[in-house]
Design a protein around this ligand. Sequence first.
Ligand SMILES: C[S@@+](CC[C@H](N)C(=O)[O-])C[C@H]1O[C@@H](n2cnc3c(N)ncnc32)[C@H](O)[C@@H]1O
Length: 251
Amino acid sequence: MEDTAEAIANLTRERWEANAEYWVRVIREGRDRYRTDLTDAAVLDAVGACAGLRVLDAGCGEGYLARRLAAMGADVTGVDAAQGLIDAASSHPAAGATFIRASVDDLPMEDDRFDLVLCNHLFSHLQDPAPAIGEFGRVLKSGGRLILLTLHPCFYVVNSEQGAMNSVPAAQYFASRGIDQRFLVDGLESPSMITSWLRPLEYYAGTLRDAGFVIADLREPHPTEEQLRDDPWWRKGFPTAMFMLLIAERR
Ligand SMILES: C[S@@+](CC[C@H](N)C(=O)[O-])C[C@H]1O[C@@H](n2cnc3c(N)ncnc32)[C@H](O)[C@@H]1O
C-alpha cells in the first residue's frame, strides 16, 4: 500500500497531467503577469551569466526558463514529473535543452554533475521537499548554487491573488500547510485543483543546512513603488509579500 507521502506525490503528478495543456497556454500566451512583469527578471538576475554552466531546471514545466538559459549558453536539463509537460517542452521548436520525465525526489543523474539547480515555483508543489533538497545536494558540485523561487512562506494565503491579506495563525504557520485551489490566471481557471504547500522559514534554513547548503541570499521579489502607484492590477494582486527567492550554495 502506498504511504501518505507517495500517495500525495502521485496525486500531485496526476493533477499536473490534467493541468498540462492549461499550463502550456498560460505560459506561452504570457498570461501570468507575476512572472512576465516580476519574478522571471528576479530569477534571471539571481542566475546571472550562465554560459557554459550545467544547469538543472527542476520541475521545469513546459520549459520556458530552460529554453531561456539554453539561449544564454547554458547546458540545460529540465526534469518534470508530468509527461504532458515534458512532451510540450521537448517538442518546442526552440527546445535547446534536454527534457526528462523524472521526480525530483529521485533524479536519474550522477553525483556532482551540475553547477546550478533552478526551482521556479516547484517547492509549493512538494508536500515534503526534504528528499528533493537531498537530491539537489547530491547532483550539485561543491560550490554549485540552488536557486529557488516559491510562494512566500510567511504571508501567502488563499486568494492572495485576489487581494486577500489575512495573517497566518501560529498554529498553521509552524505546521506545513496546504492551500487547495484552482489556478485562476488572467481569467483562465485550471481544470484541476492543486495544493500549494507552505512551511515556515526555519524549515528552509534547517533542511538546507542539513543537506550541506549555506544560504547565500534571500530576496523577496516585489513590484516597484511606481507599479503599485500606477497600476491597479498590482495594487489588488500584490496585497502582501507573495514570493521568496532563496540562493543557497553547496558546501
Ligand atoms: C507551478 S509549475 C512550475 C513549472 C515551471 N517551473 C514554471 O515556472 O513554469 C510546478 C511544476 O512542478 C512539477 N512537479 C511537481 N512535483 C514534482 C516532482 N516531485 N518532481 C518533478 N516535478 C514536479 C509539476 O509537474 C509542475 O510542472
